[in-house]
Ligand binder design. Structure first.
Ligand SMILES: [Zn+2]
Ligand SMILES: [Zn+2]
Length: 361
């Protein structure tokens, strides 16, 4: 067990595009929380926008703030109240390696009660017990984080902290595959071969898809193809939708998982899905997107939104642990937390093939 110091180094956001490594008080676990030593934390696609102050008053709600939510680390302390339960004290004993989750629902609203805690009806109301670590509550760009035990999952043996830091992307992908009801024999189309897209391909294949088509371009597409996806390269084809139809006997994909969040990719995703198929929206557009509702209505498409990674941590990690899903080639770069600026630029500019960039506090 690591000794807990009363202060810690953290990457503190001081305002839009202003951040500094500062020595701040270490948080204390209360209620159902554990204190964890953060060992690895990956930069999320949302993080550069949070750092730039693109969500004023929301993420973060105020400054100073510590962001970061795609983390793994080691439990170093349990809240006193947890120690009263022998079972919980054993499951979350100091020394336990865990991967974190960003969302912790209030636990009492009707969505939380039915397991849909990433769409908690008390979102952002800290007094209700809701937490969104790294967004509305202190995150993991720090030596320590406190987290509810609901939002940490023990890392299976054989997985590294780096693997654990991929759980957010992997869990989002698995949630999308489950939302899309991907089943044995399905033809699946994934648009956008980034981290979530690559994991979507892997979890769709693990779910029995007979083929997974990946629509994209460049080295990220090539990587998915090297791993067994059928590439649909929109730079090499005039009409990527025609290629998808050709590959599926003129019908289209049973399930499409859209991971790009861009107008053109969404158009292709809609047109590449069969009548009566499922369209999973895992990419988060930052602009208003136009969609052909009439076409979608008449095609009876099931459109399924994806918010984060509810209830997927254990199976997502288990499939990594048994080798069916890999983080190889997805986690590409590692920096000490003190080099956050460099790491952020590497991630945003995709310097030398950067996909997931991990920081070590
Ligand atoms: Zn994330
Ligand atoms: Zn709730």
């Amino acid at each position: 067990m690591t000794a807990v110091s009363p202060t810690m180094k953290a990457l503190v956001l001081l305002g839009p595009d202003r951040f500094e490594i500062l020595e701040v008080p270490a948080p204390k676990p209360v209620g159902d929380e554990v204190l964890c030593r953060v060992k690895a934390v990956a930069i999320c696609g949302t993080d550069p926008k949070i750092v730039a102050g693109k969500f004023p008053g929301m993420w973060p709600p105020s400054y100073p703030f510590i962001a970061g939510h795609e983390w793994a680390g080691e439990i170093v302390e349990l809240a006193e109240s947890l120690q009263a339960s022998a079972k919980l004290a054993a499951r979350f004993a100091p020394g336990t390696r865990v991967a974190g989750e960003a969302h912790k629902g209030c636990g009492i609203c009707s969505n939380c009660m039915t397991g849909h805690y990433t769409v908690c009806l008390n979102y952002g109301d800290a007094a209700s017990g809701h937490r969104h670590y790294g967004f509305t509550a202190q995150g993991a760009y720090a030596e320590y984080i406190v987290s509810s035990i609901r939002s940490v999952t023990p890392l299976p043996e054989g997985l590294t902290y780096y693997d654990g830091a991929m759980l957010d992307s992997a869990g989002v992908a698995l949630h999308g595959v489950q939302r899309g009801r991907v089943t044995t024999g399905d033809a699946v189309l994934v648009t956008g071969p980034g981290a979530v897209g690559n994991f979507s391909f892997q979890y769709a294949r693990a779910s029995g898809a007979r083929m997974v088509m990946m629509l994209g371009r460049g080295p990220r597409l090539q990587q998915a193809v090297d791993m067994g996806a059928i590439g649909v390269d929109y730079e090499q084809t005039d009409d990527p939708v025609a290629r998808v139809l050709e590959l599926t006997g003129g019908i289209g994909a049973d399930c499409t998982i859209e991971c790009a969040g861009m107008q053109q990719a969404i158009d292709w995703a809609i047109k590449g899905t069969r009548k009566g198929g499922r369209l999973v929206m895992a990419g988060l557009p930052t602009q208003t997107i136009e969609v052909p509702w009439g076409t979608m209505t008449l095609a009876e498409l099931d459109v399924l939104g994806v918010r984060a990674n509810p209830n997927t941590a254990a199976p997502a990690l288990a499939l990594m642990a048994n080798g069916i899903v890999t983080t190889k080639g997805i986690h590409t770069h590692t920096f000490p937390l003190t080099q956050f600026g460099e790491a952020l630029a590497t991630f945003v500019e995709r310097r030398d093939g950067a996909m997931k960039v991990v920081l070590e506090p």
